[in-house]
Design a protein around this ligand. Structure first.
Ligand code: PAN
Ligand code: ZN
Length: 182
């Protein structure tokens, strides 16, 4: 049956299912500065949450989620999502709702692109591009993502290769650095 959900700029969705609540201890290895990550993980802050509408994970359906990435840094690297490929290479639609952040995308061949995702901007993620979001501001970064119900989430393959670019705080704002390892 058709249904409606209400989204607000704080990222809440009514009604919703909470699908992801990622604390720092869940992704210590994602950050360049492991020692800083381990130290901060002792207090185990929530890095981000995602809420999902009650859409079946089946062909022809469009699943949608809001995500709230909190502001923060591990060393000088901004808080970010784990990032993933989809099991079935398929496109995704991102829409900025609040705060300041970036969508980082990478193909399996290692090609990398980033797009800023300010309030009101839509970014198209083509099939085959892994994606991670980074909060480059000092308030919650909130966005909407829409993807195919049968796409599935593959975290393992990007965990293995890592993203080739890291987004860090520089003197003049966000800087994009070539990742040294992973
Ligand atoms: C997003 C992400 C969400 C959380 O809805 O799932 O922002 O990031 P991770 O899934 O990488 O932990 C999306 O891209 N869905 O496909
Ligand atoms: Zn996705």
């Amino acid at each position: 049956m058709p249904f409606a959900t209400d989204l607000d700029v704080g990222g809440s969705m009514t009604p919703h299912n909470l699908v992801v609540e990622r604390r720092l201890s869940h992704m210590v290895d994602a950050y360049a500065d492991r020692a800083a990550a381990q130290e901060l993980a002792a207090a185990d802050p929530i890095v981000y949450r995602a809420y999902e509408a009650a859409v079946p994970h089946e062909t022809d359906h469009l699943v949608y989620r809001t995500t709230i990435v909190h502001p923060g840094r591990v060393g000088d690297e901004f808080y970010m999502t784990k990032g993933h490929h989809h099991h079935r290479d398929s496109a995704e639609f991102y829409y900025g709702m609040a705060g300041t952040g970036v969508l980082l995308m990478q193909t399996r061949d290692g090609e990398v692109r980033h797009e800023e995702l300010p309030v009101g901007r839509a970014v198209y993620v083509p099939p085959g591009w892994a994606h991670r979001t980074i909060n480059t501001g000092d308030t919650d970064f909130v966005f909407l993502a829409v993807f195919f119900g049968d796409a599935g989430h593959d975290y393992a393959s990007i965990e293995e290769t890592g993203f080739a670019v890291r987004v860090k705080e520089g003197a003049m704002g966000a800087v994009y650095e070539q990742a040294v390892t992973r």
